[in-house]
Ligand binder design. Structure first.
Ligand code: ADP
Ligand code: MG
Length: 553
């Protein structure tokens, strides 16, 4: 390829390694935009309550059925660098706010599509980028302005917000129950800080088990351990539990070096074993003296110690994960003790009930009925593994949404209402901009319309009629007018109880604009050939980025 070489005094100089592929200028831009748009194309039919689900099959044949933008993109193996950047948008939105992943990709795709129209009219990409960034800033301000503050003690309102995030998922039928669980769980673990509430979702343990129905999903005021009671002779149920959390082993420490003990006299052997026995019994006595009837140990428990614990009527579980120990401490109020010798009754936590129960074929230990626990468990049930997996993902979105509103209690209506409103405002504002920047602002507004437009399309509504009606109502000042995809009408989405945290909408705009700016600024793609890949056609761009399988050149 000519561009890999340059000439110095008539002599060709090779500056890139042989086999390196390069595409420049318009061509590079076109390739990137096409690849990124394709990603948006994949997820856009799954947007909203009437969006379709995707069935993804990995190379081991495992099937995932989902509607979640971030999950869809995580599961498909994207190779083109620009397409990868689109996957990153979904990831960043997922990390920051948890919901709105599909919207962010759809919006970014629309921004690129509109940018391409301008590029084709010879508007320079950097002008588009500037116009987009100015529009995004303006859009964020507008969102801040129209957002409605909420009272975080209004549980009914919180429930409606949680339900909105689940309404677009497989689990929507059960959203009244699941939504309630999400609200109760997040409120339970929320903590007051200087600036409002703080929610650490690490304090909500989600355990899932296929079987039963989604309606059996429960919030447990405590922790569920996927472990069984360590010894058959121990009680399987203890009411008014006094719980010790120990993170050292109830075993005799083996010496670091391999030592050999020579015993010549059977009497010595006897003494040796008795000594070991005595030490283990002393450990169990410590637990008894502290008054514990439940022992949860992060390390091992020796058989002999198990025997003494069983005799003392203590329910014990061993090899509990460290993360579960922390959660248990927050749920029961127990202090995690490193050294058994330090254990006192003050270190114990409490729970109304600790019980081993059968969950399908497994035996799990439930620590429940904790007083004001700062860590809780959601036990997800459902007809099959695929159903509980999707329920788990939907719960994740809803929990994040609840965290978002509790930490920043401001919401907007959904259904494309805020997007349509901002688009209208930006179109007016664009006249204050100069020359070509004006065009970019208008295109940004057009791209925002992609959200209500796709919601309508996915609901089988006529896109043109819907958008016309939406704009007409918006221009009369009805700013919460959006696409009610459930009842296929254009109406006030606040009244329809479709409510979302304003931070989700803000993050969608931020992340999408950011990645689109990055993609538009690229005018040169230099790609080393992958050593594993079969050599592409000589000089062609066919192998570059490896999007061939997805119809990309
Ligand atoms: P995302 O991953 O972007 O959250 P979703 O598939 O969850 O994608 O769809 C979210 C969009 O669906 C938001 O714009 C939201 O306002 C909208 N939405 C949710 N429920 C409804 C509804 N009942 N009617 C119309 N739009 C809705
Ligand atoms: Mg969503």
């Amino acid at each position: 390829m000519a561009s890999i070489q340059t000439t110095a005094g008539g002599m060709p100089v090779l500056i890139l390694k042989e086999g390196t592929k390069e595409s420049k200028g318009r061509e590079a831009q076109k390739n990137n935009i096409a690849a990124a748009k394709l990603i948006a194309e994949i997820v856009k039919t799954s947007l909203g309550p009437r969006g379709m689900d995707k069935m993804l099959v990995d190379n081991l044949g495992d099937v995932t059925i989902t509607n979640d933008g971030a999950t869809i993109l995580k599961e498909i193996d994207v190779q083109h660098p620009a397409a990868k950047m689109m996957v990153e948008v979904a990831k960043s939105v997922d990390n920051e706010v948890g919901d709105g992943t599909t919207s962010s990709v759809v919006f970014a795709g629309a921004l690129l599509e509109k940018a391409e129209e301008l590029i084709n009219k010879d508007v320079h990409p950097s002008i588009i980028v500037d116009g987009y960034n100015a529009s995004a800033e303006q859009a964020l301000k507008l969102l801040e302005k129209i957002a409605v503050n909420v009272d975080v003690s209004d549980k009914d309102l919180l429930l409606r917000i949680a339900r909105t995030s689940m309404d677009s998922k497989l689990v929507s039928e059960d959203s009244p129950l699941l939504g309630q669980i999400v609200v109760d769980a997040t409120k339970q673990v929320a903590e007051k800080s200087d600036d409002g509430l703080k929610v650490d979702l690490d304090n909500i343990k989600v355990e899932k088990k296929a079987g039963g129905s989604m309606r059996d999903t429960k919030l447990i005021k405590g922790i569920v351990l996927d472990k069984e009671v360590v010894h058959a002779g121990m009680p399987k149920r203890i009411e008014k539990a006094r719980i010790a959390l120990i993170n050292s082993a109830l075993e005799i420490e083996k010496t670091e070096m391999s030592a050999e003990i020579r015993i010549s006299d059977p009497h010595q052997m006897q003494m040796f074993l008795e000594e070991e026995n005595r030490m283990l019994k002393a450990m169990v006595d410590k637990v008894k003296e502290a008054g514990a009837n439940v022992l949860l140990c992060q390390k091992g428990i020796d058989d002999i110690a198990q025997h003494y614990l069983a005799k003392a009527g203590v329910l014990a579980v061993r090899r509990v994960k460290e993360s579960d120990m922390t959660k248990m401490s927050r749920a029961t109020g127990a202090r995690i003790v490193n050294n058994l010798d330090d254990l006192t009754s003050k270190d114990l936590g409490s729970a109304d009930l600790v019980e081993e129960r059968k969950v399908e074929t497994d035996k799990w230990v439930f620590i429940e009925g904790c007083k004001n626990p700062k860590a809780v468990t959601i036990l997800v049930r459902g007809g099959s593994q695929r159903v509980v997996d999707e329920a788990d993902r939907s719960l994740h979105d809803a929990l994040m949404v609840m965290k978002d509103v509790l930490e920043k209690p401001a919401i907007v209506a959904g259904g494309g209402a805020p997007e349509a409103y901002i688009a209208g405002e930006l179109r007016q504002w664009s006249s204050s901009q100069e020359g070509r920047a004006q065009l970019a602002v208008q295109k940004f507004a057009d791209a925002l319309d992609a959200i209500p437009l796709n919601l309508a399309e996915n609901a089988g509504m006529d896109p043109i009629d819907t958008m016309t009606e939406l704009r007409a109502k918006q221009s009369k000042g009805a700013k919460w007018t959006g696409v009610d995809a459930r009842n296929t009408q254009v109406t006030d989405m606040f009244k329809q109880n479709v409510l979302e945290p304003v931070v989700v909408k803000q993050q969608i705009i931020k992340s999408a604009t950011e990645v689109v700016s990055m993609i538009l600024r690229i005018d040169d793609v230099i790609a080393a050939t992958k050593s594993k890949m079969p050599a592409g056609p000589p000089g062609g761009m066919g192998g570059m980025g490896g999007m061939g399988g997805m119809g990309m050149e």
